[in-house]
Design a binder for this molecule. Structure first.
Ligand code: KIV
Ligand code: ZN
Length: 390
């Protein structure tokens, strides 16, 4: 049975780039946008055109550059924003306007000093106006994670009637539990008249470390777009990480959903974005962290050397990492030492390995990690010790 495709909406250049310290210049944005297209994402959110002349120019330049991927610009539910976004997107081969407003009780009361009916009216007006410029209009219900489902269904129904093609259900504050978020999507699938005319989209933040789980729960319950960023960069604790959702779907065929992303470009893209944004990827980050395929404990190393799959659920080559690495530390065993020693040119017999291993442990206790260059020194010291005893 062929799998359903979940569209990947990348917002590295919008939700990601708005993080303090992650600002990119135009050249950097263009290089990243080109890479995102090569990676196989379906939508690139290129910026928030009204927010600054720089953002307007980025959306405009990315629109001119990108060949087949949809290019999207964010707006508030404000006419001026929408008009400016339409202008910035005018050269895009596939333009999308992403407009919306807060729908939770606290947003309606404190941000807008308004009421539910007036919010629906404003949403419909914004979508209809956006629709006068482009065919593809995505509506976002900010703080949908804390919006009651009945109201969310009402506003979704109204904006579909006004022509919305995509309904973004953001867990803006990263508050939802996976089951709760999944049920919200299911509720909308089952209770919104006309839902078949629009795609439901997950946009999850990672405040409780649940963004990936929530997005997958949404897709399992019928959402067919996930909004995410490279390295999970984004407001506060970040957005859903693109590499994580892509690999969850790839590694779990029984979910019956997949993406069009070329996973072999994931590692390189992660490094490229990290370097351009000046934000280091945490070493233990799933899929793309420096330690994601590194094994340091003796038991694990022995298992991986015998058969990679004992401790690895992903073939590193599938995400563009050359090989699993066996990192030598004081916790490493003889199998790991023999393995790395062979790589640097020493084929050790069992007796030689026993001798070198004693020397290795003494050395490893003084270091966080034993490097290939250290192995030479350890082997040579061990040989010299043996000769002096002999
Ligand atoms: O997190 C959020 O709610 C957003 C919207 C603007 C889509 O980023
Ligand atoms: Zn967001």
């Amino acid at each position: 049975m062929s799998k359903d495709i979940v569209q990947i909406f990348d917002t590295t250049l919008r939700d990601g780039e708005q993080v303090p310290g992650c600002k990119l210049d135009m050249e950097q944005k263009l290089v990243i946008a080109e890479r995102l297209e090569e990676l196989g994402v379906n939508i690139i959110e290129a910026g928030f055109p009204i927010s600054s002349p720089g953002d307007f120019k980025s959306v405009d330049s990315i629109s001119k550059l990108i060949k087949k991927t949809t290019v999207c610009g964010l707006t508030r539910a404000v006419e001026k924003d929408i008009k400016v976004a339409a202008e910035a997107l005018q050269h895009a081969k596939r333009p999308r306007i992403h407009t919306g407003l807060g729908t939770s009780e606290s947003h309606i009361k404190f941000k807008f000093n308004s009421n539910q009916d007036a919010i629906i009216e404003r949403a419909v007006k914004a979508v209809s106006y956006a629709k006068s410029f482009v065919e593809d209009v995505e509506f976002f219900a900010e703080d949908a994670g804390r919006t009651e489902n009945e109201f969310l269904a009402r506003i979704c129904e109204a904006v579909i009637k006004a022509g919305a093609t995509v309904l973004n259900i953001p867990d803006t504050t990263g508050y939802c539990l996976p089951e709760e978020y999944g049920s919200k999507i299911k509720y909308l699938k089952e209770n919104v008249t006309g839902i078949d005319k629009a795609v439901l989209s997950c946009h999850c933040h990672n405040d409780l470390g649940l963004a990936t789980a929530n997005s997958i729960a949404g897709a399992v319950n019928g959402a067919r777009q996930i909004e995410c960023t490279i390295n999970g960069i984004g407001e506060r604790a970040g957005n859903t990480s693109l590499e994580e959702v892509v690999m969850v779907m790839r590694q779990h065929p029984t979910l019956n959903i997949d993406t069009t992303v070329n996973s072999r470009l994931l590692f390189d893209t992660s490094r490229m974005v990290s370097q351009k944004m000046g934000v280091v990827v945490q070493p233990n980050k799933a899929i793309v962290g420096a330690n994601a395929f590194a094994h340091s404990s003796g038991i694990h190393q022995d298992g991986v050397i015998k058969n990679r799959e004992t401790y690895e659920i992903i073939d590193p080559a599938d995400v563009g990492v050359n090989e699993s690495s066996i990192v030598l530390t004081a916790r490493s065993g003889r199998a790991a030492l023999a393995y790395r020693a062979k790589i640097v040119g020493y084929e050790l017999t069992k007796t030689q390995l026993d001798d070198v291993y004693d020397e290795f442990l003494k050395f490893a206790d003084t270091r966080k990690e034993v490097l290939d260059a250290d192995i030479h020194q350890i082997v040579e010291t061990s040989k010299a010790d043996l000769q002096s005893v002999g």
